[in-house]
Design a protein around this ligand. Structure first.
Ligand code: GLU
Length: 443
């Protein structure tokens, strides 16, 4: 439980699944689309599951990918046209489910890859949902609040035929949050002629959102990290943690682990990170949503770049910013004993293989950050029943769901000797394969 951190100038950028993000200097040159990675992960895990090869073949392809043009009247009166997407990967177990991101690099392949991960994520959690993902190729930082509202309402209208509480239920993702979900829900409801809160999740609680939804991905990362620390016979009180990305996922995970006794020695946001070998007081550090860029403004004994944070000699590393930050270019310098993925897809396929060879366990995104979609499911239930749950109930049920999923994946790790990622995809695949085989192929 040591942590040796260099002090260096702050550069690079990070954030997490449900907040603004940008590129990362640590991402290196290895580049593969989320779709290519997701397909390779599927093939690898499928070898360990008794599932019809035809089902695996089918799951390499999405059901549908919708591309739409989203014209926006800018505040200065000019018109700009953005491109939006919604990928629907699979719905054998229930409505497509997954976020909408606003990020300049959104494209069809990325949405399809991320929608595949949503299919696995929902199945690992045993939720009655399939996988979807979408977004608009736009840098949300370049839009005024009014422009963001107009863009969101028009995007909702372009997707109206596709989405709905029983067909496809979007949620926040990178660059979007409760505010965008409220506009989306309102635009959809106005056109449908009835208030339809269940069309999206991650809304503000005042219009049918769930208490605890915003903090849920970070909470699940912390729960899973706690279980993993215990599984590897470590004492949480003697565990050092570094968290890349101090938006809602990273900040909530860091604060909970800190509360449970771990020593969070480094955190970072888009502008760089801070380091204290004795442990930071994470409650005092403002997160990216409270005040962007404030992490590096915090008075800590040391500062470090996002790239350096990934290489700290800590017990647990939590990449909770953007995807593809642990790559073949930096994996040899990653010194953490355990990695818990807070972001979606932070470890490339090749880097994953190196970590496996070195015996460094990686607890995958589809399990670790699945608290978000799990509380989305709670929200969807609350919307259908028109009855709000208390925060205590959300916490209690989330804890139970996370422990069930952890146990299912752990049984595959212990029983079949799989990596945590293979084990999680295997759990998902056996549930999805079972459903597909029972339903059969139409016509
Ligand atoms: N965007 C989140 C994720 O990647 C949440 C999706 C949802 O709640 O539907 O898991």
């Amino acid at each position: 439980m040591t942590a040796n951190g260099p002090a260096a100038e702050a550069t690079t950028v990070e954030d997490e699944p449900s907040a603004t993000a940008a590129d990362d200097g640590a991402a290196g040159t290895e580049s593969e689309s989320a779709l290519a990675t997701a397909r390779r992960q599927l093939e690898r895990a499928a070898a360990h599951v008794d599932v019809d090869p035809g089902v695996v073949e089918r799951l390499k392809h999405p059901t549908k990918v919708q591309q739409v043009s989203v014209p926006l009247r800018r505040d200065d009166g000019s018109l700009e046209v953005f491109t939006g997407y919604r990928a629907q990967h699979d719905d054998v177990r229930g409505p497509y489910k997954g976020g909408l991101r606003y990020h300049p690099e959104v494209d069809a392949d990325e949405c399809v890859g991320l929608s595949m991960w949503m299919t696995w994520k929902c199945a690992v959690m045993d939720l009655p949902f399939g996988g979807g993902k979408g977004g608009v190729a736009v840098d949300p930082k370049t839009l005024s609040e009014e422009e963001t509202e107009r863009l969101t309402r028009r995007f909702a209208e372009e997707l109206r035929d596709l989405v709905g509480p029983k067909s496809d239920v979007p949620a926040p993702d990178m660059g979007t949050g409760p505010r965008e979900m409220a506009w989306f829900m309102d635009a959809y409801s106005m056109q449908q002629g009835e208030t339809t809160p269940g069309v999206v999740t991650g809304k503000p609680p005042v219009i049918g959102g769930s208490y605890g939804r915003e903090e849920a991905p970070g909470r699940s990362v912390a729960i899973v990290a706690r279980e993993a620390i215990d599984y590897y016979d470590r004492d949480i009180e003697e565990t050092t943690v570094a968290v890349q990305g101090f938006g809602s996922v990273g900040a909530n995970a860091a604060r909970l682990l800190d509360e449970w006794g771990a020593s969070v020695v480094a955190v970072s946001d888009v502008d760089g990170g801070i380091y204290d070998p004795d442990g930071l007081d994470t409650g005092d550090v403002q997160d990216h949503d409270e005040r962007p860029g404030m992490v590096s403004g915090y008075d800590a004994p040391g500062t470090l770049s996002n790239a350096e944070l990934l290489e700290l000699d800590v017990d647990v590393l939590i990449p909770a910013a953007v995807g593809e930050v642990i790559t073949v270019d930096n994996v040899d310098d990653v010194r953490a004993d355990l990695i818990v993925e807070g972001a979606n897809g932070p470890t490339t396929f090749a880097a994953d293989a190196v970590l496996e060879e070195r015996g460094v366990p990686v607890i995958p995104d589809i399990l670790a950050n699945a608290g978000g979609v799990t509380v989305s499911y709670f929200e969807w239930l609350q919307d259908i029943n028109r009855r709000q749950w208390s925060l205590d109930r959300v916490h209690e049920e989330l804890e139970a769901e996370m422990l069930d999923a952890w146990e299912a994946v752990r049984a595959n790790v212990d029983g079949k000797g799989l990596t945590w990622r293979d084990a999680a995809i295997a759990v998902a695949l056996s549930r999805i394969g079972g459903a597909k085989e029972a339903r059969g192929l139409w016509p």
